[in-house]
Design a protein around this ligand. Structure first.
Ligand code: PLP
Length: 362
């Protein structure tokens, strides 16, 4: 919060920021955690005025996430509220470059804008840096998602950002999969970072919330104004839940990543699996079943510990065949199952997954 007694957050390491940022001042009788402020309006004459413009619980969360990303933060009602607010920055008819394997909701939002003549979308293979750089030429916004969901492709953020800026385009990175602990795009020159805080930041599969971070005060002002006007604000309780989840972000991400890396070592030897995709960091692994969609669907119904569910980034391990969604890109294999590796004991996770995979061979 504004009167946070700590040394500047940037002087602290990420784990310490996750635990300490956005707390009330250390004064006698102050609560250690920011209270949930349930208010639609405030006594006039101050800075808050109305519940669509400001809420002290949002501010605490925004201070903490902003400190982790190295910029200023605005929270939104959901990840998609944040995504669409950024896409709406683009002028009518202007070009947006985006990965063809972005989160399907983002692709659908772009298609919706394009169908109404709002933007021109150019979908690219984000691993083909040369082609992406070329596409930046006449773009107004270059949208990156790295790693992509669920293909787990990684973009060369710095090279693409330099090319986009050369062309006068803004760059936004959806940092949902990496979290600010594994990747801080603002430090790589990116203009905007977007989060579905629903995932790792909250971490417990019990809340939806989104966020945008930036170092550009002009952009921050425009985005704040849009949020005030469009009203895609989070609830105070939701903001509080996300902040509570973020206190353990580093511990959860470290454990999920360690579990994922152990599974990635073991999975390729299983005969049911044709391909294992892993970007080298984080807790998401995609596997492609040798026997395609039927085997993949079977797998999602055979596990006992792993829960068949969409979404990701919670403490519990979940899995999903992504092509069960009609909106998923047709270039994603029918037999691809996305694993969101949780923080359970890895031996239990492996035994459950291996037993289910045994039933999906041939
Ligand atoms: N970005 C990514 C990478 C996602 O995976 C998701 C949701 O799955 C979103 C954005 C949208 O977030 P939300 O569901 O919180 O609206």
């Amino acid at each position: 919060m504004a009167d946070d007694p700590l040394t500047p957050a940037s002087a602290l390491r990420p784990s310490t920021i996750a635990v300490t940022a956005g707390r009330p001042a250390h004064v006698p009788d102050a609560p250690l955690n920011v209270p949930i402020t349930m208010a639609s309006t405030y006594v006039a004459g101050g800075e808050l005025e109305y519940g669509r413009y400001a809420n002290p619980t949002w501010t605490a969360l925004e201070d903490a996430l902003g400190a982790l990303e190295g910029g200023r933060c605005l929270s939104f009602a959901s990840g998609m509220a944040a995504v669409t607010t950024v896409l709406d920055l683009v002028g009518t008819g202007a070009k947006v470059v985006a990965p063809r394997h972005s989160y399907s909701g983002t692709i659908m939002a772009l298609a919706d804008l394009e169908s109404r003549g709002r933007v021109k979308a150019e979908l690219v293979d984000i691993t083909d840096t040369e082609a992406v750089v070329k596409a930046c030429d006449d773009a107004a916004l270059v949208w990156l998602e790295s790693p992509t969901n669920p293909a787990l492709e990684v973009a060369d953020i710095e090279t693409i950002t330099a090319a986009a800026h050369e062309a006068g385009a803004y760059v936004a990175v959806d940092n949902t999969f990496a979290t600010p602990l594994l990747q801080t795009p603002l430090g790589q020159g990116v203009d905007l970072v977007v989060h579905s805080a629903t995932k790792y930041l909250a971490g417990h599969s019990d809340v939806l919330l989104g966020a945008i971070c930036t170092r550009d005060d002009g952009l921050f002002g425009v985005l704040k104004n849009r949020r005030d006007l469009m009203g895609a604000i989070p609830g105070a309780f939701e903001a509080w839940l996300v902040l509570r989840g973020m206190r353990t972000l580093h511990v959860r991400v470290e454990r999920a990543q360690a579990n994922a890396q152990e599974l990635v070592r073991r999975l390729p030897d299983h005969p049911a699996i044709a391909e294992v995709r892993y970007p080298g960091f984080g807790g998401i692994v995609s596997i492609v079943l040798a026997q395609g969609a039927i085997a993949a669907d079977l797998l999602t119904h055979k596990t006992k510990l792993w829960v068949h569910a969409t979404s990701l980034g919670g403490v519990e391990s979940t899995l999903e065949r992504r092509r069960r969604w009609k909106a998923e890109a047709p270039t994603i294999p029918e037999g691809l199952v996305r694993l969101s590796v949780g923080i359970e004991d890895v031996e239990d996770l492996w035994e459950d997954l291996r037993a289910a995979l045994d039933g999906c061979v041939g």
